[in-house]
Ligand binder design. Structure first.
Ligand code: PGA
Length: 231
């Protein structure tokens, strides 16, 4: 089953949640990532086929970290997933912090979704950049690995890579992740993100190694969301 993740970023409100709650059941697995303040309301208002996730969590379980939220707090609010290392956060987060928040999500029983991707300047070395971002997964303890590949230059820009390029990159990613952290029984789920919309998502989801999409801007438009749930 394909997965579609809707990342509201620092947007969204109760009226948008109400619109989401009226959407019909679909063949895809939908996950919404509202701001933390709306997680418990999202869990209470959305039908069971929806999963709810947090957009980030701190590396520590508790402590003097003003303005931050821990993985267990997300979990007790009703989240079952969390995005880790989203490119809009990598500006403030070190690789060490990212790997620790990933581990902290696992300990709290959340399914982390590790976001990786290269900047425009790094494009020529994309394999090297991604390998470094994925390296710590060798210590992952969760049965399933969820990775979202989002070229940074495609996020919020309306630009997307060529499908042939993406297909090649995803088959490389699957092999690479299997090398770094082979799964015995679990699955490796690979998501594409970066300027997805109702108009282009289908062609990405048709790529053999793509298991789903991570959608930002378009998730704030209910008509787009409705159409993407049908893909
Ligand atoms: P976008 O964002 O769909 O607005 O490009 C994707 C993301 O940041 O996850």
């Amino acid at each position: 089953m394909r997965v579609v993740c809707f990342n509201w970023k620092m947007n969204g409100d109760l009226p948008l949640l109400e619109q989401y709650s009226a959407l019909d059941f679909t063949a895809v697995k939908p996950i919404v990532f509202p701001p933390s303040t709306l997680i418990s309301q999202a869990r209470a208002m959305l039908p069971e086929f929806w999963a709810v996730g947090g957009q980030a969590c701190h590396a520590n379980e508790a402590g003097a970290h003003t303005g931050c939220i821990s993985a267990s707090m997300l979990s007790s609010a009703g989240a079952s997933y969390v995005l880790i290392g989203h490119s809009e956060r990598r500006v403030y987060e070190s690789t060490e912090f990212i790997s620790k928040s990933y581990a902290s999500a696992e300990s709290a029983g959340l399914q982390p979704i590790l976001c990786v991707g290269e900047t425009l300047e790094q494009r020529a070395n994309v394999h090297e950049v991604l390998s470094q971002q994925l390296e710590f997964l060798s210590c992952s303890s969760s049965p399933d690995l969820w990775i979202a590949y989002e070229p940074r230059w495609a996020i919020g820009t309306g630009l997307t890579p060529e499908i042939s390029e993406v297909a090649e990159l995803f088959s490389w990613l699957r092999v690479k992740i299997n090398e770094i952290s082979p799964r015995q029984d679990g699955k490796i789920l690979l998501l594409y993100g970066g300027s997805l919309s109702a108009a282009n998502i289908q062609q990405f989801l048709e790529v053999k190694d793509i298991d789903g999409g991570l959608i930002g801007g378009a998730s704030l438009k209910i008509d787009q969301t409705r159409d993407m749930l049908k893909c």
